[in-house]
Design a protein around this ligand. Structure first.
Ligand code: FEO
Length: 394
């Protein structure tokens, strides 16, 4: 298929992966993904910015050949992860005169992970510019969104920026330009939640930096190109803000409906008080939906049945995921039901401890909840209400 021109001799030469259903073997993809690669033709030199996921290398090389790409001088590696750098060795074989342009950290990754030799790499510094003739590539190091080796490539004369994974979305398309929709917004949020949220502070910094640059377009390495940068930048400004929303996330696993009954009761009491809730069945629901709720939630209440003498392993898994995603939530509690005894909450509290959440009194029940247990849930609902009020969410 013919390359789509993005602007003045800047072409999209990436590929869709419509069949990919899970990323990082962790969270399902609703729309597959794209691996974006950009061909930049200057009057003197030609560069390719980011390459391809290794299983797609053959298709990628064919696409370059079909579009008569006969000369590549520079291969820009914005990031060492293999969905973007994995095809560098094959490109170097096809274009033996090409040189990889990248930062020191990414150079180490490309050498160690892809076995690219030193003489094929030119290490550039932060802010350095490389001329293609009538176009100039400027490299902006952006460590932490999301690897230490990440950088952006700004094409000066065209005022467009290639942001690598930052500001991306797992989304496929036939036209590279973003059509703003709720579906795209949801995909971008899911992507942010899973990949960028652990680095929220850095995301906030680079969102503002790109806003200040007033670029004409954002070219990420997954998902469509944004011709109206404020669409994605405004979303990131919201998601990365320090203030959570008036939302309680309630992930739970319930073996005999007792824990579910407690979750349902607490949720309805919170709703009566004007607090939004997101109930999440850990066994059946899509982890991506929970990750998105964690972008906004002020409070996390985990519900778990007891298995043997501890929390349900599926609840432990979700607690671990919540801890590594580092959401901005401020408060937490736990509820659950046991049969014969053990420690239901200790392990989950320990796993969540890096989040430094203000822990509200948990509610532990033997078997089915009784009237005094529902009273404890009323107390918990009140406490959450007061906490949300204390940070001006109500
Ligand atoms: Fe899309 Fe960090 O790779």
């Amino acid at each position: 298929m013919k390359f789509q021109e993005i602007k003045n001799n800047i072409f999209y030469c990436g590929l869709n992966d419509c069949d990919r259903r899970i990323f990082d073997e962790l969270i399902p993809l609703e729309h597959g993904t794209s691996y974006n690669s950009y061909l930049v033709k200057g009057s003197e030199k030609t560069a390719i910015i980011d390459t391809m996921y290794p299983p797609k290398t053959k298709e990628y090389l064919k696409r370059l050949a079909d579009n008569q790409v006969g000369k590549v001088d520079y291969i820009v590696a914005n990031h060492g992860e293999q969905d973007h750098s994995g095809s560098i060795p094959a490109l170097l074989e096809k274009f033996p005169n090409a040189v990889v342009l990248t930062n020191p950290k990414c150079a180490e990754n490309v050498k160690s992970m892809l076995h690219v030799s030193d003489e094929k790499i030119r290490v550039i510094s932060d802010g350095e510019e490389v001329s293609l003739g009538d176009k100039t590539l400027k490299f902006i190091f952006a460590p932490g969104v999301h690897w230490p080796d990440t950088m952006f490539t700004y094409i000066k004369e065209d005022n467009v920026i290639c942001t690598c994974d930052f500001l991306g979305a797992h989304y496929t398309f036939s036209d590279v330009f973003a059509v703003e929709s709720q579906e795209l917004e949801k995909s971008a949020k899911r992507y942010y939640a899973e990949i960028m949220m652990p680095f929220r502070t850095m995301c906030k910094k680079y969102t503002q930096m790109i806003k200040d640059m007033k670029v004409d377009m954002i070219l990420p390495s997954h998902g469509p190109v944004y011709t109206r940068p404020d669409f994605i930048l405004d979303l990131y400004t919201d998601w990365t803000s320090d203030l959570p929303k008036n939302l309680v996330a309630l992930p739970y696993v319930s073996m005999y409906e007792s824990t579910k009954e407690m979750v349902d009761y607490l949720s309805s009491k919170l709703n009566e008080k004007g607090i939004e809730t997101f109930k999440f069945d850990i066994v059946d629901d899509d982890l991506g939906d929970l990750a998105m709720a964690l972008v906004d939630a002020a409070t996390i209440v985990m519900g778990t049945s007891m298995v043997l003498a501890g929390p349900h392993p599926m609840a432990v898994n979700v607690a671990y995921l919540a801890a590594v995603l580092r959401p901005k939530a401020k408060f937490a509690s736990l509820l659950g039901s046991y049969g014969w005894g053990g420690k239901l909450f200790d392990l989950i509290v320990q796993i969540l401890s890096p989040l430094r959440l203000d822990l509200l009194e948990p509610v532990l029940v033997k078997g089915k909840p009784k009237s005094e247990d529902f009273e404890k849930l009323d107390v918990l609902a009140n406490e959450i209400y007061e906490k949300h009020k204390s940070i001006n969410l109500l």
